[in-house]
Design a protein around this ligand. Structure first.
Ligand code: MG
Ligand code: MG
Length: 271
């Protein structure tokens, strides 16, 4: 008899492959910075998509999202009660005070970077206090959770760290947070979505081993309300079931001997 074993270890990339992934990831970072800079009141989400596509193609990469399972654009734009996978269009225009999540992927030399962030149109300071707290908390949860991305840990140690950080964030910001059910991070490399799937909560110590060179896209999706969501009739846009606000932060992260390495850094643009 032949038993098909589950993979016990998350595959490793070589240092050179991690550098190649970061080259793709830095383009994603630049695209996200450019989209945020362009996201002023009255701009359509389709215009934001063009900004991202120009940055990606201008850097010699291709927009990973375009055509992915039929997705028609280079970024996902998810506003306020939308969690992820919002489709850019020429009717939806961002407004001051909107909480906007941008998710973006770029493929360069056959390697993929995947990253997302959420910001307030007009700046973090114009967000209503609960929205600002949600956004700060979600970024913090990502940064805290990724600290578990170290060789020798198991997959669900990252999940557990994200959950623990979420519960700590509730205390720090004095808010109640929902961890969106059924959505999470993933392995990534030459394609965007690879095994294993990464839950944003769960018991520690389970799943495949993280080794030097293992890479995961880590992406907490949090709400100011419940954990339930549904998909709109467009077949893509995921919204909170209770109409609460949502935020989404994501980095592609490698486990290295010296700690977690963000492969999708967002350097400050000076101009
Ligand atoms: Mg993403
Ligand atoms: Mg992802």
């Amino acid at each position: 008899m032949v038993f098909r074993k589950r993979r016990k270890i998350i595959p490793a990339k070589t240092p050179g492959e991690l550098d190649a992934m970061q080259a793709a990831g830095e383009i994603v970072g630049k695209a996200l910075q450019a989209v945020k800079a362009a996201a002023t009141a009255g701009v359509s989400t389709l215009d934001l998509d063009k900004v991202a596509e120009d940055v990606i193609r201008g850097a010699g990469a291709t927009p990973t999202f375009q055509g992915y399972q039929g997705f028609p654009a280079s970024i996902c734009v998810s506003i306020n009660t939308e969690i992820v996978h919002g489709i850019p269009n020429d009717r939806t225009r961002v407004q001051t005070g909107d909480l906007v999540s941008i998710d973006c992927g770029a493929t360069l030399d056959g390697w993929v970077g995947d990253s997302a962030w959420t910001f307030g149109v007009g700046g973090q300071e114009v967000l209503k206090p609960p929205a600002a707290a949600l956004n700060e908390a979600t970024e913090w949860v990502l940064m805290e959770g990724m600290k578990a991305m170290i060789p020798g840990n198991r997959l669900s140690d990252v999940s557990h760290a994200l959950e623990q950080a979420t519960r700590q964030a509730e205390q720090r910001w004095d808010i109640t947070l929902g961890i969106v059910d059924g959505y999470g991070g993933h392995g990534i490399g030459r394609t965007m979505h690879e095994q294993p799937w990464l839950a944003n909560e769960g018991r520690p110590g389970r799943g495949p081993l993280i080794q030097e060179g293992s890479v995961l896209a880590i992406e907490p999706m949090l709400t100011l309300g419940g954990v339930d969501s549904f998909v709109l009739d467009d077949g893509w846009t995921v919204v909170t079931a209770d109409g609460s606000l949502a935020a989404h932060w994501e980095h592609t992260v490698a486990a290295t001997a010296t700690g977690p390495r963000i492969l999708t850094p967002r350097y400050k643009i000076t101009k």
